[in-house]
Design a protein around this ligand. Structure first.
Ligand code: AKG
Ligand code: FE2
Length: 297
C-alpha cells in the first residue's frame, strides 16, 4: 500500500511551542532544525558515551538486537536534564497536552541504532498503554528525538507517516509506506503518540544516535520509573520544575498523593512549604477547580 507522500515540515530554531503544537496537530510530526550547537551536542555525547558503551543490545526485535537503549538520563547526564526542560519541548507540551491538568516526563532514552539493524515495526508510541484506542484527536503524548548524529535515510533516521495521527488504530505498515525524518545533528524531531513511525534500518557503517525524551498526560503511567531511576540523594539536588516533570506532583486532584494527602514534592523537598499544588504548567487553577467541583458534588 503506497500512501500519498506527505513531507515532514521543518521549522527554524526560532519557532515557538505553539508553532510546534500546530504542526503536530496537523501532521503528527515536525522537525525543528539546528536547535543545539555542535559544541553542545559534543558535550552531551561525551556525557553519554560511557553509559552507552556499558549498555547491552536489545532483547527482542522491537527493541532492536543491534540497538542499545540507555535510560536513567536524568541520573546520568546533567546535559540531558537541560534537554528534558528545553523551552521548545516544554512550550510544545504546554500547548499540545493542554487538555489535561498537567503533563509529565514519560521516558528518557538514548537510542543508538547499530549498523545492520533492520527497520523497527511501524507503531504508535501510545500503544504502550496496553493498546487502548484513545479517541481520534485526543493526544496523550508529546515526544522528542534529539539527533546526536546526523539522521539520514541510510543510517536509520526515524521513519514516519506524516498525517497518520488521524488514521484508524492498530493498522500495519511497511517501511515503504513511511518517509525518513532526515535531520542534522542538533536538530529535533517532535512527534505525537498517535503518529505511525518506527526506527529506520541502519544500512551504514556508523551508529545512529538519538535521545528520545517523551512526555505524557499526568493521569497515565510513566514508561520509565523516575522514582527508582533517580536516587533520592540526586533528586534532592534537582530543580523543582524538573522534579515535578519527573512525577513529583499530583497528576490531577489526587493522583500520586503521599500519606495524608501530601503533594509528593514535599517528601523530596520538605523545605517547600507552599506546594502550590504543582506550581508549573498553570496547574494550580485547574486543581483548585477540581477540588471545588468535588466539594460541591
Ligand atoms: O529510534 C528511533 O528512531 C525511533 C524508535 C521508536 O520509535 C521506538 O523505540 O518507539
Ligand atoms: Fe516509537
Amino acid at each position: 500500500m503506497k500512501h500519498e507522500e506527505k513531507k515532514i515540515q521543518h521549522l527554524p530554531a526560532s519557532c515557538s511551542g505553539e508553532d510546534i503544537a500546530a504542526a503536530l496537530t496537523a501532521d503528527g510530526a515536525v522537525i525543528v532544525d539546528s536547535v543545539l550547537s555542535p559544541a553542545y551536542v559534543d558535550e552531551v555525547n561525551a556525557e553519554l558515551r560511557p553509559w552507552i558503551e556499558k549498555t547491552s543490545a536489545g532483547p527482542d526485535t522491537f527493541s532492536g538486537k543491534n540497538t542499545r537503549r540507555t535510560g536513567a538520563l536524568i541520573a546520568r547526564s546533567r546535559k540531558c536534564r537541560e534537554l528534558v526542560m528545553h523551552p521548545l519541548a516544554l512550550g510544545a507540551c504546554g500547548k499540545f497536552l493542554a487538555h489535561a491538568t498537567s503533563y509529565q516526563l514519560h521516558l528518557t532514552q538514548v537510542i543508538a541504532i547499530g549498523p545492520g539493524e533492520p527497520a523497527q515495526t511501524i507503531h504508535r508510541d501510545q500503544w504502550a498503554f496496553d493498546f487502548f484506542s484513545f479517541p481520534k484527536g485526543f493526544e496523550v503524548q508529546c515526544n522528542t528525538i534529539w539527533a546526536m548524529t546526523d539522521f539520514t535515510e541510510r543510517n536509520g533516521a526515524t521513519r514516519v507517516i506524516p498525517g497518520s495521527n488521524r488514521f484508524d488504530d492498530k493498522l500495519r505498515f511497511k517501511e515503504e509506506d513511511t518517509i525518513p525524518a532526515e535531520m542534522t545533528r542538533g536538530s529535533v524531531l517532535f512527534y505525537s503518540g498517535s503518529v505511525y513511525h518506527g526506527g529506520g534500518a541502519n544500512r551504514s557503517e556508523e551508529t545512529r544516535i538519538g535521545i528520545n525524551i517523551t512526555y505524557n498526560l499526568s493521569w497515565l503511567r510513566q514508561e520509565e520509573n523516575q522514582y527508582l531511576a533517580v536516587p533520592m540523594e540526586v533528586a534532592r539536588t534537582l530543580p523543582v520544575e524538573l522534579l515535578r516533570l519527573m512525577g513529583y506532583q499530583r497528576g490531577a486532584y489526587a493522583l500520586g498523593y503521599v500519606g495524608d494527602l501530601l503533594d509528593p514534592i514535599q517528601i523530596v523537598r520538605p523545605d517547600i512549604t507552599n506546594t502550590g499544588l504543582g506550581d508549573t504548567q498553570g496547574t494550580t487553577e485547574k486543581l483548585k477547580k477540581q477540588g471545588r467541583e468535588l466539594r460541591q458534588g
